[in-house]
Design a protein. Structure first.
Ligand SMILES: Nc1ncnc2c1ncn2[C@@H]1O[C@H](COP(=O)(O)OP(=O)(O)O)[C@@H](O)[C@H]1O
Ligand SMILES: [Mg+2]
Length: 253
């Protein structure tokens, strides 16, 4: 059965697209069949994170019924498929829940996971993606305001009967003023399903249009993204040995 999981956040810039591109990579490593969809049509950038800048057909064409979804599916070298969004202003549109549902439905079948990169906040665009998906992951930074946002998202998920899988804390720096994990879990009554530390390799990887799991396979953040993927796939996380990581690195570059 295909799991349709939306990645949401209260604020923009917290790491949704980074999580989607790295989970897609790490789940592909676990031999899962994954499709990553850019459903953030106002500030779309999944294609940029993944190095697919020019696409003849995008999710906008599919939503407007000018293309069928199979024509907007691109193969990423990491093994997953991507439905990118057009980044130009003239293609600006806000999708409706039922048209998104239609697209997601057409992607089910042989895929194990459909990962949805959604708009930040609680506006119409974000709501449509949460309503159309079956499950939700919330990304936040370890700051207090982010918690109240996450709580509102949790309420939305409840309203739309979208299963709330929990929270991914991103850009953790272990600074004393950061909110603690137990505070997060207690306040939201949701599990923390992963944490990813602040890691400059993430920024370098994005500049190189490659998910960090691929770009710097042995980095701390890459291992942390893999850990979240293993949890989603219901597999035990086994860190790869230093030697294997080195071999991967040599083979890639
Ligand atoms: N774990 C991390 N360590 C360092 N920088 C990060 C990390 N996660 C995200 N970033 C930075 O934050 C920026 C925004 O991330 P992005 O995934 O595009 O956010 P969103 O999709 O939520 O708007 C990235 O371009 C990157 O520079
Ligand atoms: Mg984004």
């Amino acid at each position: 059965m295909t799991r349709i999981i939306v990645v949401s956040s209260g604020k923009g810039g917290v790491g949704k697209t980074t999580l989607v591109s790295n989970l897609a990579t790490a789940l592909s490593e676990l031999n899962r069949n994954v499709i990553a969809v850019d459903a953030n049509l106002t500030t779309s950038n999944l294609g940029l994170h993944l190095g697919i800048p020019l696409y003849p057909k995008t999710i906008q064409d599919v939503l407007k019924r000018k293309a069928v979804v199979k024509d907007a599916l691109y193969y990423h070298p990491a093994g997953f498929r991507v439905v990118p969004a057009d980044v130009s202003l003239k293609k600006l549109m806000i999708p409706k829940t039922d048209t998104l549902l239609d697209v997601f439905y057409k992607l089910t079948g042989d895929a194990d996971f459909v990962l949805i990169d959604s708009a930040a906040g609680l506006g119409r665009e974000a709501k449509a993606a949460i309503e159309a998906a079956d499950e939700m992951i919330t990304v936040t930074n370890p700051e207090l305001p982010a918690l109240t946002d996450a709580l509102k998202l949790a309420k939305l998920a409840e309203r739309y009967e979208t299963k709330n899988l929990g929270v991914v804390l991103n850009r953790v720096k272990n600074e004393s003023h950061e909110i603690s994990e137990s505070d997060v879990e207690e306040f939201l009554n949701l599990p923390i399903i992963g944490r990813v530390h602040e890691d400059r390799n993430v920024r370098k990887a994005i500049a190189n249009k490659t998910p960090v799991v691929m770009y710097k396979s042995g980095s701390r953040s890459a291992q942390q993204f893999r850990q979240i993927a293993a949890r989603l796939a219901g597999e035990e996380y086994r860190p790869r040995s230093f030697l294997i990581e080195k071999l991967f690195g040599w083979l890639r570059f």
